[in-house]
Write a protein of this length. Structure first.
Length: 395
């Protein structure tokens, strides 16, 4: 029986790959999981009561694009956060932003660009759905290094003109997963200008935008409005997973130009899965409330400060600007992760599992990703053991 070739070169996904690396060895101590970006702060108190009050909603097919109340709540949050006014037809609720990051490419990537195979740009390392979306559409994924040399953001403008002229979509995650770098307003403005010059769309993965130290990260829609960019030029993707500590709710949204959103909505009508009504009611409340976000952010700020103290003086340590990952330099990510597991029981993710080899080099190979999602005391134990195991006894 024949199978499609387009996904034949995909590596094993990061977490099964990690289990293959570590699980044949016993843990060297109490297991401390610092691998997956699954927030462990308390979810908002209103979640349970709202679900309970709306259980009958599971007996009803939900609205495809989001209830009017949910779309209004999202629009209100975007207005407060970015000072951008959106109409309901510029927003669609998502069954997790991974769905949106994939399906937006299906809905909007052209079959050809200038008569040639289209290109989808993405930073390297990156959230792995970007590559699968490109391959599903028969596009050429182009992995652009996002390293210390480029401020951990990709230099798309430095690509050859032939590549840029074939580009249909450019993904950008800000704050970046895994490095925690933030795209400034100037960076977004330059990328929007580049997209206008070469006629491509920007897919802005801004799921970590509410986890930061002191300054809210700039948003693509705000910069697009300020610079007068074509409203169809950029789509933004946001999630309640990180903002509201609700990864299991599978709730987010995509927003952008009305024509682009109409095409994403049309695809959803044929092939998507809208959020159940009780989930939409909880999501509505979450977007309308900031108190739980402020409280959660304060906990992350404490853990940022903790990491800065623990890794003070460690060569190559760069404090993340935002998000909740540390991107720590090591000689070899797999060797470091295995050593740490066997000697301490702390689990981290080799950076190469989030990257692709390009011209024989993998920009994640010399890093590990460490998630600061556990309670503060557990995070402190894990980071201290990591430092002492991999970098020598701290001062």
């Amino acid at each position: 029986m024949a199978f499609p070739e387009r996904f034949s070169n995909l590596p094993e996904y990061a977490f099964p790959r990690l289990r293959s690396l570590l699980d044949s060895y016993p843990a060297g101590g109490e297991t401390i999981a610092m691998t997956i970006g699954e927030p462990r702060h308390a979810m908002p108190d209103f979640v349970g009561p709202i679900l309970a009050a709306n259980l009958n909603g599971f007996a009803i097919y939900p609205p495809n694009d989001g209830t009017p109340e949910l779309l209004a709540a999202i629009a209100g949050w975007v207005q407060r956060r970015y000072d951008v006014a959106l109409n309901p037809n510029q927003i669609m609720a998502l069954n997790g932003t991974r769905e949106g990051l994939f399906n937006a490419a299906v809905a909007l990537c052209p079959e050809t660009k200038g008569g040639k195979r289209p290109v989808v740009l993405m930073p390297n390392p990156f959230y792995q759905v970007y590559a699968v979306a490109a391959l599903a559409m028969g596009a050429e994924p182009v992995y652009v290094p996002a390293t210390a040399a480029t401020g951990f953001l990709p230099d798309y403008a430095g690509l050859p003109r032939e590549v840029l002229d074939r580009t249909a979509i450019a993904y950008l995650c800000s704050p970046a997963n895994p490095q925690g770098a933030v795209a400034s307003a100037d960076y977004w403005a330059d990328l929007l200008a580049l997209a206008e010059k070469h006629d491509f769309r920007i897919f802005a993965d801004e799921c970590y935008a509410e986890i930061y130290r002191d300054t809210p990260p700039a948003g693509v829609l705000a910069v697009a409005q300020k610079t007068g960019a074509d409203p169809e030029r950029a789509l933004t993707f946001h999630s309640l997973s990180k903002r509201s500590n609700l990864p299991g709710l599978r709730s987010g949204f995509v927003a952008g130009g009305a024509q682009s959103i109409a095409r994403v909505r049309q695809l959803r009508a044929f092939a998507g899965a809208p959020l159940p009504l009780p989930v939409q009611k909880v999501s509505e409340a979450a977007w309308n409330d900031e108190a739980h976000v402020v409280a959660s952010r304060a906990l992350y700020v404490e853990k940022f400060a903790l990491a800065d103290r623990i890794f003070a003086g460690i060569q190559g340590y760069q404090a993340p600007q935002a998000g909740f990952f540390l991107w720590l330099p090591v000689q070899n990510g797999e060797d470091a992760a295995l050593k740490l597991w066997r000697e301490t029981g702390v689990r981290v993710l080799p950076g190469a599992y989030l990257s692709r080899d390009v011209n024989g080099e993998n920009p994640g190979a010399g890093y590990i990703r460490v998630a600061l999602v556990a309670p503060k005391e557990e995070t402190q134990r894990g980071l201290t053991q990591l430092r002492d195991c991999l970098y020598g006894q701290g001062r």
